[in-house]
Write a protein that binds this ligand. Structure first.
Ligand code: SF4
Ligand code: FES
Length: 255
């Protein structure tokens, strides 16, 4: 246990121990080799307020049931692999602190919606990534940069797409979208965010191609502006605004 020095007496004073709590997690489990349907399973876990839902999943997997299946990599909000529904809201498990949840009630954890469920908290990300790849999420330039130099861009031009560079492809936005739940063909917010990142990049020459792709019946016009995507984004990206800017660019016929 660490100690602090009492400034009045210069005597070491004991720090109060951090209080732990028993928290109930109810997790929607599904093993395709055993279960006909997903089932909810309760786990009681000793947690500290500064721990995250990801820590609870680790404790359950390492101390109670090794078969619990979920994705995570960085554990610090960078890789985007642990998006899940926590108390009915899409969040990253590694960014959701226990002290920010109401632990007087059980905490419900389930896989994100709208993508095929594979096992427990793991979904098949292929349809999500296929939509992402379809919008050409890379710089397309028809000319070479000046010899030995970078392509220059003004700070104002860079600012046009700054917000959408922050995407970590977690799928929290797309899997919170009611249109995506009901229409498996809709590109979804994340694909449009990543198209926006290049459509508004002054160094890119394929904005017209991407706008044409997103003018499809399953493109930007399927968005119903429900703002679920913006609320779900753990990076604070103004997703609905980005979609609106792409819609305006489609109507203008260019960036
Ligand atoms: S826009 Fe936000 S919520 Fe959507 S995939 Fe990117 S980081 Fe995740
Ligand atoms: S584990 Fe990488 S974002 Fe949460």
């Amino acid at each position: 246990m660490s100690t602090v020095i009492d400034s009045e007496s210069s005597a070491p004073a004991e720090e109060a121990p951090i209080q732990s709590f028993l928290v109930t997690f109810i997790i929607r489990r599904y093993d395709p080799e055993v279960d006909a349907e997903p089932r909810w399973v309760d786990y009681d876990v000793e947690m500290y307020p500064t721990e995250r839902v990801l820590d609870a999943l680790h404790k359950i997997k390492w101390e109670q049931d090794g078969s619990l299946t979920f994705r995570r990599s960085c554990a610090h909000g960078i890789c985007g692999s642990d998006a899940m529904r926590i108390n009915g809201r899409n969040r990253l498990a590694c960014k959701t602190l226990i002290k920010d949840l109401d632990i007087s009630k059980p905490i419900y954890v389930e896989a994100i919606k709208g993508l095929p469920l594979e096992k427990d908290l793991v979904v098949d990300m292929d349809p999500f990534l296929d939509a992402y790849k379809a919008v050409q999420p890379f710089l397309v330039a028809n000319s070479k940069p000046p010899a030995g130099k970078e392509r220059l861009q003004s700070p104002e031009d860079r600012a046009r797409f700054d917000d959408t560079t922050k995407c970590i492809l977690c799928a929290a936005c797309t899997s919170s979208c009611p249109v995506f739940w009901t229409d498996g063909q809709y590109f979804g917010p994340a694909a449009i965010v990543n198209a926006h990142r290049f459509i508004f990049d002054s160094r890119d020459d394929a904005a017209d191609v991407r706008l044409d792709i997103l003018n499809d019946k399953e493109g930007v016009w399927r968005c119903r502006t429900t703002f679920n995507c913006t609320e779900a984004c753990p990076r604070g990206i103004q997703v609905t605004r980005a979609i609106a800017e792409v819609k305006q660019a489609v109507l203008r016929g260019g960036r």
